[in-house]
Write a protein that binds this ligand. Structure first.
Ligand SMILES: *Cc1c(COP(=O)(O)O)cnc(C)c1O
Length: 394
């Protein structure tokens, strides 16, 4: 007879996983704002420092509030281990520092967060790590870019800002065949919509700053994966180098995870409604959203994600002038490059997030002067549309 107890569902884990109640009996999770922890004896201190006995030592690498966030996110991503970091960028740095060495090679998607590209090109290359970039959905290009020194494949799906997808299972098969690490930045979907580890990724990285927080309050990051690579190797880097998450920020993210699923469902619902409305507007040349039936990877998005996400981009006829005019007429939407907030945000990628690329690089990436990106928040869809009305009709 099958006596395995049922595993809790996602929404239950999001609220309950990782919580260790203290002797005070608190119902909400406590914030442990302490830099160090006290031992019963010199022998116990020695055992905790050596790792012979589990327990807290020092908040650079052991803190109960940070641990609660790590355990909850690990449960949601379906990973063995999670290490939280001071930012999304330090999470990516920690992956590279713990998994790569001089002489190694990364194959990465050409549609990556700008600072990730800067980290790879400006800093990693200086330490002898080479990077090749390929089009996200060109699987032959991924394979052809691999050399004898390739160690890692790195991607975001869906991409920013054009919402292109890659099939994680296809890239996972390539990674298995060539004994490479497949790293997926799951910032846009979060585990509420996409679970890369279950699709064959080895490591998932997050900017917790975005949807995990969900209210634009704190900067932080996290890495999820197996016990050896993340729980030991990456944890070892964090313990030594110290890009650690503060207990307060960990607590904000921990509580953010409790509402993640219902927030993501609301973001998805409004984003789809907005995308369908934008398609009908006279000045809009093209709308990029995986939930639209004419999105080139709509079928993959249906298969790989349980929702289409909260980011919608579109091209305006009239180039930069029309795009800036639309943005400047917004009274509700915030002109800011952050995303994943309850507040809708509007951005002109060509002159902000992608402004440091050359014109040729932008052309190749499809980032035109008329492109606008919206991170659809939790305001009413009617109010968001009313705010955009001027710019899409006149
Ligand atoms: C914001 C972002 C990052 C970097 O995260 P920070 O928390 O800002 O350091 C990495 N990847 C993606 C996809 C992002 O959107």
């Amino acid at each position: 007879m099958d006596t395995d107890p049922k595993q809790p569902d996602f929404s239950t884990l999001a609220v309950r996983a990782g919580h260790r109640r203290t002797g005070e009996g608190e119902h909400a999770e406590a914030i442990f704002t302490t830099s160090s922890f006290v031992f019963q004896s010199a022998a116990e201190a020695a055992a905790r420092f050596s790792g012979d006995r589990p327990g807290n030592v020092y908040s650079r690498f052991t803190n109960p509030t940070v641990a609660a966030f790590q355990d909850r996110l690990a449960a949601l991503e379906g990973g063995e281990s999670c290490v939280a970091t001071a930012s999304g960028m330090s999470a990516i740095l920690a992956i590279c520092m713990s998994q790569l060495k001089s002489g190694d090679h990364i194959v990465a998607s050409s549609s990556l967060f700008g600072s990730t590209v800067s980290l790879f090109n400006t800093y990693l290359q200086r330490f002898g790590v080479q990077i090749s970039y390929v089009a996200l959905g060109d699987y032959d290009a991924w394979e052809q870019a691999c050399t004898a020194h390739t160690r890692m494949l790195f991607l975001e799906t869906p991409s920013n800002p054009l919402t292109e997808l890659a099939d994680i299972q296809i890239l996972s098969a390539l990674a298995r065949r060539k004994d490479l690490l497949l790293v997926v930045d799951n910032c846009f979907c979060t585990p509420a919509l996409q679970r890369p580890l279950a699709l064959g990724a080895d490591i998932v990285v997050h900017s917790a700053t975005k949807f995990l927080d969900g209210q634009g309050r704190c900067v932080g990051g996290a890495v999820v994966g197996d016990r050896k690579r993340v729980g030991q190797d990456l944890f070892g880097f964090l313990r030594t180098a110290g890009p650690s998450l503060s207990p307060f920020n960990a607590w904000v993210f921990l509580k953010g995870l409790e509402t993640l699923e219902i927030r993501m469902q609301a973001h998805c619902r409004s984003a789809l409604g907005l995308a369908q409305w934008l398609v009908q507007q006279p000045l809009i040349a093209h709308v990029y959203y995986p939930g639209l039936a004419d999105h080139p990877q709509h079928a993959l998005a249906r298969r790989q994600q349980s929702g289409f996400g909260g980011i919608v981009s579109f091209d305006l006829d009239g180039g930069r002038e029309a795009a800036w005019d639309l943005i400047d007429h917004c009274r509700l939407l915030s002109i800011t490059a952050n995303l994943g907030d309850t507040k809708s945000t509007i951005t002109h990628p060509a002159t902000t997030t992608h402004g440091r690329m050359t014109q040729a690089e932008r052309d190749q990436a499809g980032i035109g002067e008329g492109l606008v990106r919206i991170s659809v928040g939790l305001e009413s869809l009617a109010d968001i549309q009313a705010d955009l009305e001027h710019g899409v009709r006149h």
